[in-house]
Design a protein around this ligand. Structure first.
Ligand code: Z5A
Length: 238
C-alpha cells in the first residue's frame, strides 16, 4: 500500500481536543477546491461504515467498557478500512485527501496517553495502514487548558476518551510534541489566534507539496467515489 499509494497528496490534521481540527478542515478543503484540486475528506475513527460504528462504540459514554488494548485494536480496525476504502483509492486517482486524525493520534493517545508505548504499537499501526503515511501531518498545537476552554464554550459534552481528564490529555500533548520532533513529515502549527490566522499557517505549511491541479478544474469528491481526475505525482509517499 505504501509504495503504491498513487499520485495524490495525503494531508492530516492532528492535535488535542479543541485545537481546531474540525474547524480548519472544511476551510482547507474549500481552499484546495478553489485551486482546482479534487478533495476527499474523512475523520478518524470514522470515514467508513465500519469506522463510524467503531466511533460510536469507542466514544459513546454509555457504550460498553473498553480496555486499553481493545481501544487500540478497534482504532486500528477502523484505520485499516479507512485506508483501503477511502484514502488509497482517492490517492490512486490523484485526489488531495485531508483527514481529521490518523497515525499520530494512535501514537499520542494510545502510545503516550494510555502508556501502551509508541515503539511497541508502531508496527501494529504499520500493519493496519499497509505502510501508508501522510505526505504531511499538521499538528495543531494548543495548550490543553485552552483546548478544554474552547470545548467548554462549544457546549458539547466530553466523549469517553476526553473524560479521562487533564493528566491524560497532558500526556497526549507531550506525546504529540515528541512525535513532531521525530517525524520529518510532521509540523507543529501554532493553534492560538483567530481561525483565519491558523488557516494561513496551515496553508503555508503545505506550500510546495501539492500536485498540479487537474487542468479541467477541481471539485470535491465524496469519500469512496471512484470518479475523479488524475494529477501529476507529488513527492513519493512512504
Ligand atoms: N483517538 C484515539 O484515541 N486514537 C486514535 O487513533 C484516533 C482517535 C484516530 C476522536 O475524537 C477521539 O478519538 C479523540 C481522540 C481519539 N478523543 N479524544 N479525546 P474527535 O477527533 O472527533 O474529537 P476531538 O479531537 O475531541 O475533536 P474536537 O473536540 O472536535 O476538537 P477539534 O476538532 O480539534 O476542535 P474544533 O471542534 O474545531 O474546535 C473546538 C471549539 O473551538 C469549537 O467551538 C470551535 O468553534 C472553537 N474554535 C476553533 N478554532 C478556534 C480559534 N482559532 N479560536 C477560538 N475558538 C476556536
Amino acid at each position: 500500500m505504501g509504495e503504491g499509494s498513487g499520485p495524490g497528496c495525503f494531508l492530516v490534521l492532528e492535535g488535542v481536543e479543541g485545537a481546531g481540527k474540525s474547524t480548519q478542515l472544511p476551510a482547507l478543503a474549500a481552499w484546495l477546491e478553489e485551486r482546482g484540486h479534487v478533495v476527499v475528506t474523512g475523520r478518524e475513527p470514522g470515514g467508513t461504515r465500519l469506522g463510524e460504528s467503531v466511533r460510536s462504540l469507542l466514544l459513546d459514554q454509555e457504550g460498553p467498557p473498553v480496555c486499553d488494548e481493545s481501544e487500540l485494536l478497534l482504532m486500528l480496525a477502523a484505520r485499516a478500512a479507512f485506508v483501503r476504502e477511502v484514502v488509497g483509492p482517492a490517492l490512486a486517482r490523484g485526489a488531495v485527501v485531508v483527514a481529521d486524525r490518523f497515525d499520530l493520534s494512535t501514537l499520542a493517545y494510545q502510545g503516550f496517553g494510555r502508556g501502551l508505548g509508541a515503539e511497541r504499537i508502531s508496527p501494529m499501526i504499520e500493519f493496519a495502514t499497509g505502510g501508508l503515511r501522510p505526505h504531511r501531518t499538521l499538528v495543531l498545537d494548543l495548550p490543553v487548558e485552552e483546548g478544554l476552554a474552547r470545548q467548554g464554550l462549544s457546549g458539547r459534552g466530553p466523549d469517553r476518551i476526553e473524560a479521562e481528564g487533564r493528566a491524560f490529555l497532558e500526556r497526549v500533548a507531550e506525546g504529540y510534541r515528541s512525535l513532531v520532533r521525530q517525524d520529518p513529515r510532521a509540523v507543529s502549527i501554532d493553534a492560538r489566534g483567530t481561525v483565519s490566522q491558523v488557516q494561513e499557517r496551515i496553508r503555508a505549511a503545505i506550500q510546495g507539496l501539492l500536485p498540479e491541479p487537474p487542468g479541467s478544474g477541481g471539485g470535491s469528491t465524496p469519500a469512496g467515489d471512484s470518479s475523479g481526475s488524475t494529477v501529476p505525482p507529488p513527492a513519493s509517499n512512504v
